[in-house]
Design a protein around this ligand. Structure first.
Ligand code: SAM
Length: 221
């Protein structure tokens, strides 16, 4: 067993399972994906601390516990088609790809998207498709999705994402008027409506796009 594998196992026990994540699919996926391959150069030794870490373009790779809790809340299952908005380093998309059949992950920064794409290819994760663009529009060409996860804080839930949920599909998205304190919502689409529940307070970088925040922090939508 490599040192990184040992640290990964410890991370899952000490920071994820111990804080209440029970979904075996999620725990196994978190034990499998090498987070050290997704952090910035020179940061590999911090890859298994339970904290977000800086990546390029002033963005972050999310805290492992948050990644696990959001995937658990999205009830990602084998056979699912999943959309992730805010691919960043590609780490969460890779974890989701260990469970789901197909993952489309969208990143708005070209440079981040390009390096995420490279990592995913190097690791041979053929079911994960990293795209560059404004994820607030979703990926209509691949909809509907069984689960949609948004990794950045939005002022409101973008309608396009709700519309791209399959019946029975789950959308997990941090939403809040304040840019720093955000309540993570879980929205489930039924035959006739959208049911909402809360996952708790989380802290995310802002979702920037046509149907989210503008670059200067004002509301674009
Ligand atoms: N899931 C990522 C990971 O595992 O590394 C962490 C993502 S980071 C917390 C949020 C990302 O969302 C940033 O890389 C940011 O550039 C991206 N982002 C913000 N608004 C976006 C949008 N409208 N469409 C796509 N990506 C967006």
């Amino acid at each position: 067993m490599t040192d990184f594998q040992r640290r990964r196992d410890h991370m899952v026990v000490a920071h994820i399972a111990s804080r209440g994540v029970r979904d075996e699919h999620v725990l196994t996926a978190m034990r499998t994906v090498p987070r050290e391959r997704f952090v910035a150069e020179g940061m590999a030794e911090f890859a298994y601390a339970d904290s977000p870490l800086p990546i390029a373009e002033g963005q972050t790779i999310s805290q492992p516990y948050i990644v696990a809790a959001m995937i658990e809340a999205a009830e990602v299952r084998p056979g699912d088609r999943v959309l992730e908005v805010g691919a960043g380093s590609g780490y969460a998309a890779a974890v989701i790809g260990q469970i789901a059949d197909r993952v489309v992950a969208i990143e708005r920064h070209d440079a981040l998207g390009a390096s995420a794409k490279r990592r995913i290819a190097d690791l041979g994760y053929a079911n994960v498709d990293i795209r560059i663009g404004d994820g607030t529009r979703g990926a209509p060409d691949e909809a509907p999705f069984d689960a949609i996860l948004v990794a950045a804080g939005a002022p409101v839930v973008p309608e396009a994402l709700k519309e791209q949920l399959a019946i029975g599909g789950r959308l997990v998205i941090p939403v809040g008027e304040e840019r720093s304190q955000t309540l993570c919502k879980v929205i489930r689409r039924t035959e006739s409506r959208y049911e909402e529940s809360d996952l708790g307070a989380v802290r995310f970088v802002p979702l920037i796009g046509e149907r989210a925040w503008a670059e200067d922090g004002s509301r674009a939508a």
